[in-house]
Design a protein around this ligand. Structure first.
Ligand code: ATP
Length: 364
């Protein structure tokens, strides 16, 4: 059992509280990604789990055993950092074997483990090389190999791909996903990249300022963000946020006023936040959910393009509605739009999100 439970975990650095009352229940074999903006506490949380940082308050248990105060080496955890920190004068084999030699594991057992890890990571041909004779991606695989040979109960990754170029990042991301599938180990992975979070995670923890904003499966978070912060953080390009006023409820959902037009969303009204007529709200619409042309959806109005990016697979239009509010649209890659063009934007009522002035969603 390698489940991991954080129960009201607090971290203070002197008088600064960096982590506030974090509760998480991570299942055995799960791949969990901590994501959030710089300074939100991702690394601190990971380092507390690893035993590299003390826990100020709360309980950390692994497989039901209390870990507070236990030495890092006794936790059955291996950590892979963004800087691979390989020993430059040692071969790949030796780099992977070194940690096991220091705990006096028999040579034959070390060899079995290193060769097995090398096979998993496609490093067998490179075992005699020195780190300087490897590419960045190969070095990162050696660093992962060093973690694998220890046969840890839990793997921790701290932004392991951030030193790799874009193509290698995608490749190594796929390798880490395969590794998880092969080993079935519990893995916790820190990143500020929401694409890595969406693609790797069984469940994502979205953090902000030392607090958990949402913990859930990638598509659940994308489809039902708990608040405006999560809605804006997950999804690229970012969700559009438009200032609207509540017009109260209709049989299908909450109606809002956008620049003098009534839009009836399918956001259910009888939940969390009471709806007062004329209350300011934020309408959230993902750029990829906007349809160009006067279709059947809710008419958001005319968007004048101020900047256009043709990516081939899709076209991104950055523009403004007639009342001056910003709007980003993702549309068909063959759509030829130019700066200054005006397009009619609409959205399906079921794809609308609404947030109150505190950023709470009305949808959950
Ligand atoms: P990044 O993505 O930039 O690495 P992060 O989400 O990993 O950020 P942490 O490094 O965990 O964030 O830092 C969380 C907060 O704790 C920050 O406000 C940071 O300034 C503070 N912090 C971290 N380490 C210390 C320390 N040793 N002493 C004082 N404050 C610290």
């Amino acid at each position: 059992m390698t489940s991991l439970v954080l129960d009201k975990i607090v971290k203070r650095f002197g008088s600064i509280e960096a982590i506030h009352d974090v509760d998480l229940d991570i299942r055995s074999g799960e791949f969990v990604v901590f994501v959030g903006p710089s300074g939100c506490g991702k690394s601190t949380l990971l380092r507390m789990i690893a035993g590299l940082e003390s826990i100020s308050e709360g309980r950390l248990t692994i497989g039901g055993q209390l870990m507070n105060g236990r030495a890092a080496a006794d936790r059955g955890i291996a950590m892979v950092f963004q800087s691979y920190a390989l020993y430059p004068h040692m071969s790949v084999y030796k780099n992977m074997a070194f940690g096991l030699e220091t705990i006096r594991m028999p040579k034959a057992e070390i060899e079995v483990r290193v060769r097995k890890a090398a096979a998993i990571l496609r490093l067998t041909e490179l075992l005699d090389r020195r780190p300087r004779e490897l590419s960045g991606g190969q070095r990162q695989r050696v660093a992962i190999g060093r973690a694998i040979v220890r046969e840890p109960r839990i793997f921790l990754f701290d932004e392991p791909l951030s030193n790799l170029d874009a193509e290698l990042r995608v490749q190594t991301r796929v390798e880490i996903a395969k590794l998880h599938a092969d080993l079935g180990a519990t893995m916790i992975y820190v990143t500020h990249d929401q694409v890595e979070a969406m693609t790797l995670a069984d469940r994502i923890v979205v953090l902000r300022a030392g607090r958990v904003e949402q913990f859930g499966r990638p598509l659940d978070i994308y489809n039902k963000p708990a608040n405006r912060f999560v809605a804006g953080f997950i999804g690229s390009p970012k969700m559009n946020f438009l200032d609207v006023k509540s017009l109260g409820t209709r049989p299908n959902g909450v109606a809002v006023d956008l620049a003098g037009q009534e839009l009836v969303t399918h956001v259910a009204a009888d939940k969390v936040v009471p709806i007062t007529v004329n209350a300011p709200l934020t309408l959230g619409v993902r750029p990829e959910h906007i349809v160009i042309g006067s279709g059947d959806g809710l008419q958001l109005g005319q968007v004048r393009a101020e900047h256009v990016e043709h990516l081939g697979s899709q076209t991104l239009i950055y523009g403004k509605l007639t009342d001056g509010q910003n709007m980003t649209i993702v549309c068909d890659g063959q759509k030829r739009t130019h700066v200054g063009d005006a397009v009619e934007a609409s959205v399906a009522p079921s794809l609308c999100h609404l947030f109150d002035t505190d950023g709470r969603t009305l949808t959950l």
